[in-house]
Structure formats: structure tokens, C-alpha cells
Write a protein that binds this ligand. Structure first.
Ligand code: NAD
Ligand code: UDP
Length: 311
């Protein structure tokens, strides 16, 4: 059944992929963004489509709109961007979630919150299942994001228990793919830009820390499945359980780009998690979801997209 769907942060990397998929599925999509890290060019193919609307709005302010579903993605995701103005990051996470809960309550919409693996902090349990409560520094440089996202989850569950709001929570693990901003500071985009431009690949620390990288199309599929089912509210982890160290990632990207860039080491940022890998048993069981794109295939597509943009 076609629905009217609000996607906050819809001009960002994941949001723009989600908007495209929802429009293609026949829904009417309102994409809301303040263009802090998002870009109009991400949704350019949708501009002018009769079922697509782009709204410039900052989610720290409330908004009145009639919709059936809300995907709440508004929030810078890269450490460089969310630490640029940490107070604003807290406001976006907390006031943004509050406004979306209020909107969902008023219009009876289902609300999906894009949470994060960062709620687990530097995890003491590996891989991370949803019932692990995390190991988060509340006063560090990452706290504006980690604690902001934790409070957003709290708001979702309190609005659900107190007001019956129909919520869904997904915890997104590192996601990459075409349309990532070249300057967004995350590891995949940094390494690809560096490899393609002949610059040194900057590994923070020894590169033995791990992440699990999920291709964006798999992530969007998981988010839509979570929204469109009635069996579980979440939180549900979404991510690729294939774990890779940062040094392995650097070598893989150097190989795939046939680059002669060198690897250099820079200091490890404070509170940088040592290991991260999702336990996706819940997503498999309740959403029948499993990532389909392996790292090498996904990186090839991402590299092609960056190459086209950089030349
Ligand atoms: P992104 O930075 O590309 O997208 C975020 C979007 O939100 C941008 O378009 C930005 O302009 C917009 N935005 C930021 N503050 C806003 C505000 N106050 N009002 C309105 N719009 C605002 O990041 P992304 O990778 O697409 O991430 C999307 C969501 O997924 C975020 O909530 C992020 O926390 C979550 N997430 C992403 C990852 C990942 O690896 N990409 C991992 C975990 C969680
Ligand atoms: N990283 C790195 N070089 C870079 C950017 C990041 O070695 O140019 C490391 C970073 O320290 C972290 C990992 O790569 O250990 C993933 O960083 P990213 O910012 O992509 O995401 P997050 O730390 O939020 O998972």
C-alpha cells in the first residue's frame, strides 16, 4: 500500500538511498534535511519526481506535517562532523528524537529511529548482541553522539510505553558505499580518496582495531524490513558480521585501486573502539535479513563512484 513517508536526514548518505528505494516502491516521500552534511546532489535524481518533496528544515525545531511513517536519520554520522559542534549534535539527537516522537504521537505514524553501534561504546562483549548495555564514556569527545543516540532510544521506548507510539529501533553498524561525502572523514571515504589521489593512507594507531563494514544497499533493505514488520520493536542490530582490521582495509583498497600511495600512522583518537562486530541473530530471525554484498564487491562499486566524482 503506498504511504506518505518522512525521511529526516534524507539528503545524507544513507537517507538518500532510502528515499530512492521508497519512491521506487511507489511511496510518497518527504525528505527533510538542514544540509549540514547532506547534499542536494544526493537526491538530485529525485528532484521533480511527482512523489518526492525536499524540505529544508532543522530538526532541532518542531515540524507539523501529516505522514504515515517516519524514518529518523537526521544527525551527522562521521566523528569529524559530529564533533565539530558537539552541543548541536546533542540537540539534533535529543530534540530531533523528541520532535519526531511528538509528531508520531499526534498523527499516529510509525517511527523508526536510526540508532548506532556507538551505543555499545568500546564494547566489553564481542560480537555485540542487543542485550549488551554497552561501555560508553559519558564525558568524552564521542559522548555527544553516543549518549545522544542512547537518549534517543530511551525517548522512543518511553513514548512507546507511555503513549503507545509505534516505534522501531535499528542499531546501524559502519556502513559505506556510493554517495559518501569525499570529505566526511570516515575511514572508507578517507582511504579511497587518498588512494585515488596518490596521498598517504592515514591509519590511526597501528590499524589493528576492527570494524564490520556493511554496504549501503543492504542497510537500506534492512531498515525497510524493520519498518514494515509487526513482530519486533527493537533495538535490532543491522550490520555486516564480517570483521576487518583497519590495516587490512587499507591494503584491500590499495590493491583494488592499484594505487602506489603509502601507508602512514597517525595518533589514535581518544575513545576509539578497539573491536566492533554485530551479532545479527535477531535481524536474521525476525527480518530474514542478511547482508548480501561482500566487502570487495561493495568497495569496487564505491571506488567507481568516487573515481567518477574526483575526475
Ligand atoms: P550523513 O551525515 O550523510 O547524513 C545525516 C543527514 O542528516 C545529513 O543529510 C545532514 O545534513 C542531516 N542533518 C544533520 N543534522 C540535522 C538537523 N539538525 N536537522 C536536519 N537534518 C540534519 O550520515 P549517514 O551515514 O547517512 O547517517 C544517517 C544516520 O544513520 C545517522 O542518524 C547516523 O547516526 C546513523 N548511522 C550511520 C552509520 C554509518 O556508518 N553511516 C552508522 C551508525 C549510525
Ligand atoms: N580511521 C583511520 N584512518 C582514517 C579514518 C579513520 O585509521 O583516516 C580509523 C578510526 O580511528 C577508527 C576506524 O578507522 O578506528 C573507523 O573510523 P570511522 O571514523 O570510519 O568510524 P567509527 O570510528 O565511528 O567506527
Amino acid at each position: 500500500m503506498p504511504r506518505r513517508i518522512l525521511v529526516t536526514g534524507g539528503a545524507g548518505f544513507i537517507g538518500s538511498g532510502l528515499c530512492r528505494r521508497l519512491v521506487e516502491a511507489g511511496h510518497e516521500v518527504v525528505c527533510l534535511d538542514n544540509f549540514f552534511t547532506g547534499r542536494k546532489s544526493n537526491v538530485e535524481p529525485l528532484l521533480g519526481h511527482p512523489r518526492f518533496e525536499l524540505l529544508r528544515h532543522d530538526l532541532v525545531n518542531p515540524i507539523m506535517i501529516e505522514v504515515d511513517q517516519i524514518y529518523n536519520l537526521a544527525c551527522p554520522a562521521s566523528p569529524v562532523h559530529y564533533q565539530h559542534n558537539p552541543v548541536k549534535t546533542v540537540k539534533t539527537n535529543v530534540l530531533g528524537a523528541l520532535h519526531m516522537c511528538g509528531l508520531a504521537k499526534r498523527v499516529g505514524a510509525r517511527l523508526l529511529q536510526a540508532s548506532t553501534s556507538e551505543v555499545y561504546g568500546d564494547p566489553g562483549v564481542h560480537p555485540q548482541p542487543e542485550d549488551y548495555w554497552g561501555h560508553v564514556n559519558p564525558v568524552g569527545p564521542r559522548s555527544c553522539y553516543d549518549e545522544g543516540k542512547r537518549l534517543a532510544e530511551t525517548l522512543m521506548m518511553d513514548y512507546h510505553r507511555q503513549n503507545g507510539v509505534d516505534v522501531r529501533i535499528v542499531r546501524i553498524f559502519n556502513t559505506y558505499g556510493p554517495r559518501m561525502a569525499e570529505d566526511d572523514g570516515r575511514v572508507v571515504s578517507n582511504f579511497i580518496v587518498q588512494a585515488l589521489t596518490g596521498a598517504d593512507l592515514t591509519i590511526y594507531g597501528q590499524g589493528e582495531q576492527t570494524r564490520s563494514f556493511c554496504y549501503v544497499d543492504d542497510m537500506v533493505e534492512g531498515m525497510i524490513r524493520m519498518m514494515d514488520q509487526d513482530r519486533i520493536l527493537g533495538p535490532v542490530n543491522l550490520g555486516n558480521p564480517e570483521e576487518t582490521s583497519i590495516i587490512e582495509l587499507a591494503r584491500l583498497i590499495l590493491g583494488l585501486t592499484a594505487s602506489s600511495s603509502r601507508i602512514v600512522h597517525q595518533p589514535l583518537p581518544d575513545d576509539d573502539p578497539v573491536r566492533r562486530r554485530p551479532d545479527i541473530a535477531l535481524a536474521r530471525r525476525f527480518l530474514a535479513w542478511d547482508p548480501e554484498v561482500d566487502l570487495e564487491t561493495g568497495l569496487r562499486a564505491t571506488i567507481d563512484d568516487f573515481r567518477a566524482r574526483l575526475t
